[in-house]
Design a protein around this ligand. Structure first.
Ligand code: HQG
Length: 464
């Protein structure tokens, strides 16, 4: 965990409380747990310190009323904590900042929003939007509808240009966000000035209740939004921390792929120590690259791997040591030519003793977010439908520590399959049994829609 030293001004308890509040603000978005990657977090850490100085405590730097400080003096201030920092490093942070938090103008730098200190940056008026959004907790939303949106500990209230960004802001505090819509057109008619700080963030002094309404968002849409945000967050962190080589374009990050990561072999090794693994004879493992070592270990340990084919196109195969080319068979595409093809029935697949899965994110209560294709959920549902697994079959997820959310995500639908055990390179987390509600069979409506794409679905639907 990063630690930030807060320079406290004189002034007893008030200053103390304020310092704590500021630290809370700075770290409120840190929902993901870490695990010994302090070096890779350097940019994030410096950026947080930059925000702290430019928004909350200039620490003796001369700041004009627009919030600008002299760049050279700023870099020197940063050097007091990070002696190796130079201007180029700071410029990189400013350029790469996805939220556009900072602005460099000539030899000066400022934060464009988020201030608690008394500055009023000149920003352009919000002339390009009709509606803005604010995401918050249910309790705050109720108060805001009564008394209006207030800046609280900051100088301004902060509004988001899209519903998704409002959800993201709210997720720093709650996984059950309420989204408020602000009528910008009407605000302007009433002479209320709303300004554009960045493409995402707009600010105002205050928003009265008559401009605010609660946005109705269906549970399904909210789940989808949260999943996109979490996937994006995980991919971003994994790149930031140098954990995964795979590069995805911005618009893909929220939607595809289960990341491979440095340390996946260590996680696979840790899995070998679990009693569930030791006693398992037949282990189900999907074809994801992140699970290669798991498949390798299983066969080497004398187990039979029941492997799904990519996208379950050609159903399930099995691989064990009796296959000479088992090392090729456990490869994502090698399975077709070297594995043993199974019919989708209990007599062919047999009882599965344990299931292993990859994930984009998991929460400590077992919720799992996959790559968005529901393949693992369908694989489980099919195996459950034919009686190869039941609700007691242990399911382990192999993920990196940064993929583990310490909070409940509230993203599950009744067809999602939760996990029982989370295995990372550094720890094993057992999910309390109260959380595990697994689907008892196939989501038939969905299966009918996609059956032509998956051999297993055709086989079991034909049997009926
Ligand atoms: C709530 C981050 C009760 C308000 C984000 C919010 C944002 C009320 C909290 C930026 C209220 C203030 C700012 C009322 C407001 N009654 N609660 N009358 N009026 N509130 O952190 O908007 O990543 O100061 O709903 O992305 O959450 O740091 O504001 O929950 O753009 O760059 O009081 O900070 O940007 O909290 O976030 P905050 P915020 P960075």
């Amino acid at each position: 965990m990063l630690s930030v030293r807060v320079e406290r001004s004189e002034g007893g308890e008030d200053a103390d409380e304020k310092a704590q509040l500021i630290v809370k603000m700075m770290f409120s978005e840190r929902m993901v747990s870490g695990g010994g990657m302090e070096d890779c977090r350097m940019k994030t850490s410096v950026s947080k310190f930059m925000s702290y100085i430019l928004r909350h405590d200039p620490q003796g730097l001369q700041m004009d009323e627009d919030g600008f400080v002299d760049m050279q003096a700023f870099v020197e201030k940063l050097r007091e904590r990070y002696p190796w920092i130079d201007r180029v490093f700071v410029e990189d942070i400013v350029r790469e900042d996805r939220k556009g938090r900072y602005e460099i103008r000539g030899d000066r730098i400022r934060a464009r929003y988020g201030h608690s200190i008394n500055v009023s940056p000149h920003l352009p008026p919000a002339s390009d939007v009709q509606t803005l959004y604010h995401g918050t907790t249910a309790e705050s939303a109720e108060r805001i509808c009564r008394e209006g949106l207030k800046p609280m500990d900051r100088r301004k209230v902060h509004l988001a240009s899209t519903i998704e960004w409002a959800v993201e802001v709210a997720m720093r505090r709650t996984m059950r966000p309420v989204i408020l819509a602000i009528d910008v057109k009407r605000a302007i008619e009433h002479g209320i000035r709303i300004e554009k700080a960045t493409e995402r963030v707009y600010v105002a002094d205050e928003i009265p209740p008559y401009l605010i309404s609660v946005l109705e968002i269906s549970d399904e849409k909210m789940r989808a939004l949260k999943k996109r945000i979490i996937r994006n967050d995980v991919w971003t962190r994994m790149h930031e921390y140098g954990l995964t080589q795979r590069r995805l374009a911005d618009n893909e990050r929220g939607t595809i792929g289960i990341p491979t990561f440095n340390g996946q072999e260590r996680a696979a090794e840790r899995l070998r120590g679990l009693p569930e693994y030791k006693s398992a004879v037949r282990v189900f493992v999907p074809p994801d690259a992140v699970l290669f070592q798991v498949r390798f270990n299983c066969v080497r340990d004398g187990k039979t791997v029941v492997m799904a084919t990519p996208a379950l196109k050609d159903g399930f195969y099995e691989i064990d040591r009796s296959i000479d080319a088992w090392r090729l068979a456990i490869r994502t595409h090698g399975v077709y030519s070297h594995g043993r093809r199974l019919h989708t029935s209990l007599s062919s697949i047999g009882r599965i003793d344990m299931m292993v899965t990859g994930a984009v994110a998991v929460s400590i209560n077992g919720e799992r977010i996959g790559k968005g294709t529901a393949f693992f959920d369908i694989e489980y549902q099919i195996l459950r439908e034919i009686g190869a697994v039941d609700e007691h079959t242990p399911i382990a997820a192999i993920v990196h520590d940064v993929q583990v959310y310490e909070k409940e995500m509230h993203t599950e639908s009744r067809w999602d399959v939760p996990v029982d055990i989370i295995v990372t390179p550094s720890r094993v987390i057992r999910v309390p049994s109260a959380y595990k509600r697994k689907p008892s069979g196939i989501d038939k409506a969905y299966a009918m829609r996609i059956m032509n794409r998956m051999r297993s679905l055709r086989e079991i639907i034909k049997m009926r």
